[in-house]
Design a protein around this ligand. Structure first.
Ligand SMILES: [Zn+2]
Ligand SMILES: [Zn+2]
Length: 258
């Protein structure tokens, strides 16, 4: 089995003491590549994210401002992201988007931050990583209005239903599924996971959050993406080798990975 973890947060404080062991376990488990996302908290997390990627040939970085922190997305912060993105290891902008579930930043601030990230993605010719929670309709409206960046992007940790998935696909996005599809109460998300075409599907951990069953509630780590891949392959009536190969090819295309 070979797969990529297209979304995790290796700079998170929960990995501070053992990040190198976490990375080694992932590669031992068959995870060929990892995309580590900064975005949560201060710009320092984006810097550490890029540093970790620069230390490891098969780890890549995304930099951005999480919708939770959208109120901090000033022009100065965008300039800092632009500077960080000069690293060859930065392969995407994000995660940005809308989170109307937690609403840690006002919706106007989230929308302004999303538009700034869409513009930065287009300017830097990088794909965008989108976080969307209970905000599918508004997200589609904003992307329709602003335009999807030329390099496209992905909806990470998809939590909508099949109709929302179809709307995102029509806009040109890839869709990434997390450990949530291993939870019992995820029927609409599982249905969506079965209808995304082979050339648009992705998988991720979102570690250290959202550990898949049977690790639910524990600290998540990139090695566990293999568990989510198994469940995703089952839902799609295929095997992990075939699906893993599709996902590796999709990530290589979208993120321009070697
Ligand atoms: Zn997210
Ligand atoms: Zn995330």
């Amino acid at each position: 089995m070979t797969v990529i973890d297209t979304h995790c947060h290796l700079a998170d404080a929960k990995f501070r003491d053992d990040v190198e062991n976490v990375i080694a376990r992932a590669f031992d488990a068959g995870v060929a590549q990892i995309i580590s996302v900064g975005a949560i908290g201060p710009i320092e997390n984006d810097r550490v994210t890029v540093e970790i990627a620069e230390r490891h040939e098969n780890i890549f970085a995304a930099v951005g401002v999480h919708p939770h922190d959208a109120k901090d997305c000033t022009p100065g912060r965008i300039a800092q992201l632009r500077a960080l993105a000069t690293s060859k290891k930065v392969v995407a902008i994000g995660e940005s988007g809308l989170d109307f579930h937690y609403m840690h930043s006002p919706p106007e601030a989230q929308e302004a931050s999303l538009r700034a990230h869409l513009a930065l993605s287009a300017e830097l010719d990088l794909p965008i990583v989108i976080h969307c929670r209970d905000a599918e309709r508004r997200l589609v409206e904003i992307v329709r209005d602003a335009g999807i960046p030329p390099r496209g992007g992905l909806i990470h940790c998809f939590t909508g239903d099949a109709d929302a998935a179809r709307e995102f696909l029509a806009l040109g996005f890839c869709i990434s599924f997390s450990g949530i599809i291993t939870f019992k109460n995820s029927a609409p998300i599982r249905e969506a996971a079965s209808i995304v075409p082979d050339d648009r599907v992705m998988v991720e951990t979102d570690a250290p959050y959202l550990a898949p069953e049977p690790y639910r509630g524990k600290r998540n780590e990139p090695a566990y993406v293999t568990r989510t891949l198994e469940v995703l392959a089952n839902l799609r009536h295929t095997d992990t080798a075939t699906l893993g190969a599709h996902i590796i090819a999709n990530a290589a295309r979208i993120f321009r990975l070697p």
